[in-house]
Write a protein that binds this ligand. Structure first.
Ligand SMILES: *[C@@H]1O[C@H](CO)[C@@H](O)[C@H](O)[C@H]1NC(C)=O
Ligand SMILES: *[C@@H]1O[C@H](CO)[C@@H](O)[C@H](O)[C@H]1NC(C)=O
Ligand SMILES: *[C@@H]1O[C@H](CO)[C@@H](O)[C@H](O)[C@H]1NC(C)=O
Length: 583
């Protein structure tokens, strides 16, 4: 069949012919994929017979696609634009690549995928649409990575570099067409290689004193972004003061996204290796597993950091019910700083405490996630540190609950919870290895010993305060109960002046300050009798004074002791009233 005869007969027929070729190709391709997927569940995969069948279908598809390119390429007759031709070329390259993939001829496979990659990238950047994006990321990128892996290209090489290297530069017509669409694509690869050769991409990653090589380009790039985001975060956090915790928390968005990407990249790399049939004993797999723990730890650690920022200064231990955003706006006005400090209604306070408890819950959940990461439980030091952190956040959570009880007047519950909270905090401090405290560093999972110590100090104070509150509360309740049962009616009748040692729980009865007119009553008088006795009282632990006095007088002797005693004698003589009892 002569193509050109068709084409010259008119546009409609040409279109028909294009469709025919496309459908032929698609049909053969679909048959091949169908055969492949029907064998996918077999343990051994495709056997050689089935594989040759698949290859023959794909060969047919490739041939049709090639004819399509030729037909469109005769642009004088077909009237196709450069873009049409390029699209057809990319399509043919992809089919060809799939065929080579099945034949395991990796070099040809890579070359064809590289062609598709370059053309589709150029099409994407020139049309500014997303239709090629998925094709690139879901089909072409992984295939290039796989073929490159089979050709022993290191995993750290980025895909644009691989594609650029494998792209058939000798095909000047193709190069020219691509450059017409987007002249940067073929150059970009060079540039990105230069950039990647720089020091910005980390080669290794350290996890708990173990250093692993990063062999996957995606992970390396993501990890570089994490390191960069950490720096940015440190700088941002220094500039935002503690009161603006929403702003501070927002500063964490970047690192959370970056660590999330690193986690995804690691997962993809592990899945790819697994799909290649690499066992978990393989050193590559092992270093990826360590990487996975490291990047997950990093991500969760910053999530906890964000939660801690949101709970406020000192991890929300202090009893402050900040105004969050509103407060900041007001502070800008600077006119009414005092108004900010006004008391919130109890319901609002309870709500704030509830929010805090939810944040602590989130943190505790995150800590559990960390503990479940492979290799963490076996790491005794880390596990102890995490346990201590769990206790610390549980103590804080219990403290918030205690405060809620206290707010609604359930002081006994509050006391018990604070007691429990203090115990948890002490357990935390006994387990926590000493971490240096650096207030300028953005907070993450690491709880410093100072934080725990300050929580313990706060809780000790709160415990004493609540003991006192409960004590007073109990007295008050007793009083009220007594007042109701009327068991102590006389108490109310005693005038205030005689009850000054009692705290007036029920208020003061100003109509009963003193008894007037005073009644006759016995009162102690004449302290002189006491004074007489005073000389003869023997106090425990002291020489009986009276006895020595008597001795000194009855048996005077010429010793130094006696001389010394004389002034004392005179003193005590002076002290007595009227000199009674001494002669
Ligand atoms: C209080 O501490 C205990 C651990 O002793 C914990 O199980 C509990 O969840 C904490 N309470 C709250 C409200 O967090
Ligand atoms: C105090 O707590 C107890 C038990 O937790 C509960 O039954 C009681 O209603 C609470 N009292 C107040 C005033 O909330
Ligand atoms: C505090 O906890 C200790 C130890 O569990 C307990 O013996 C004590 O009675 C508790 N005190 C209060 C006031 O709840």
């Amino acid at each position: 069949m002569d193509i050109t005869t068709f084409v010259v007969q008119g546009r409609d027929k040409a279109l028909l012919y294009v469709h025919l070729l496309l459908l032929t190709s698609e049909r053969a391709w679909a048959q091949a994929m169908g055969m492949k997927s029907s064998h996918a569940s077999d343990d051994k995969g495709l056997n050689s017979h089935a594989r040759s069948h698949v290859v023959s279908r794909l060969t047919k598809a490739a041939r049709a696609a090639e004819e399509l390119v030729e037909a469109l390429g005769a642009t004088d007759e077909s009237g196709a634009s450069t873009t049409d031709v390029l699209e057809a070329q990319a399509y043919a390259a992809m089919i060809q690549a799939a065929m080579c993939f099945e034949k395991h001829s990796w070099e040809a496979c890579l070359r064809n995928y590289a062609t598709a990659w370059v053309v589709y990238s150029a099409l994407q950047s020139s049309t500014k649409t997303d239709i090629y994006k998925e094709l690139l990321s879901e089909t072409i990128d992984p295939s290039i990575r796989y073929a490159a892996y089979q050709l022993k290209t290191p995993r750290t090489t980025p895909i644009p570099v691989i594609a650029h290297k494998a792209f058939p530069q000798s095909d000047s017509a193709l190069v020219e067409n691509v450059n017409q669409l987007d002249p940067t694509i073929l150059k970009q690869a060079d540039a990105s290689q230069d950039a990647k050769d720089g020091e910005s991409i980390p080669q290794t990653l350290t996890w708990r004193s173990r250093e692993v090589k990063i062999e996957d380009a995606q992970i390396a790039e993501a990890w570089a972004a994490v390191i960069q985001a950490k720096k940015t975060l440190s700088e941002k956090v220094k500039e935002i003061d503690d009161d603006h915790h929403f702003e501070k928390a927002a500063a964490y968005d970047e690192i959370l996204a970056a660590t999330g990407d690193a986690v995804d990249a690691t997962k993809t790399a592990i899945d790819e290796l697994r799909a290649e049939g690499v066992g978990s004993g393989d050193p590559r797999m092992q270093s990826l597993q360590i990487t996975r723990t490291a990047v997950n730890y990093e991500m969760v650690s910053w999530r906890i950091g964000r939660n801690r920022v949101l709970t406020g200064g000192d991890d929300g231990a202090a009893e402050r019910y900040g105004h969050g955003r509103r407060r900041r706006n007001k502070a800008k006005a600077k006119d009414e700083p005092l108004k900010d400090e006004r008391e919130l209604p109890t319901s609002k306070k309870l709500h704030k405490l509830k929010e805090k408890v939810a944040l602590y819950d989130g943190t505790l959940q995150n800590l559990r996630t960390i503990k479940e990461l492979p290799g963490v439980a076996a790491d005794e030091e880390l596990a102890a540190k995490l346990d201590a952190s769990v206790k610390y956040f549980e103590a804080l959570s219990n403290l918030s609950i205690a405060r809620s009880h206290s707010l609604v007047g359930n002081v006994t519950n509050a006391l018990a919870l604070i007691n429990h909270s203090l115990k948890l905090s002490e357990q935390a401090s006994s387990r926590m290895p000493n971490l240096a405290h650096d207030p300028t560093r953005p907070v993450n999972v690491d709880v410093s010993a100072e934080s725990i110590a300050s929580l313990s100090a706060l809780l000790t104070g709160e415990l004493q305060r609540h003991r006192a509150i409960v004590h007073i509360d109990n007295i008050r309740k007793e009083e009220i109960a007594n007042a109701h049962s009327g068991s102590a009616p006389s108490a109310a009748k005693v005038p205030l002046v005689d009850r000054l040692y009692d705290y007036p729980i029920g208020g003061v009865d100003l109509a009963n300050v003193v008894e007037f007119p005073p009644k006759r009553a016995l009162i102690p008088v004449k302290p002189i009798f006491l004074d007489v006795a005073w000389n003869y009282i023997g106090y425990p632990g002291k020489d009986p004074l009276a006895a020595s006095d008597v001795k000194a007088q009855s048996a005077p002797s010429a010793t130094g002791e006696q001389v010394e005693q004389k002034p004392e004698e005179k003193q005590s003589a002076k002290r007595g009233w009227f000199g009674f009892g001494r002669s």
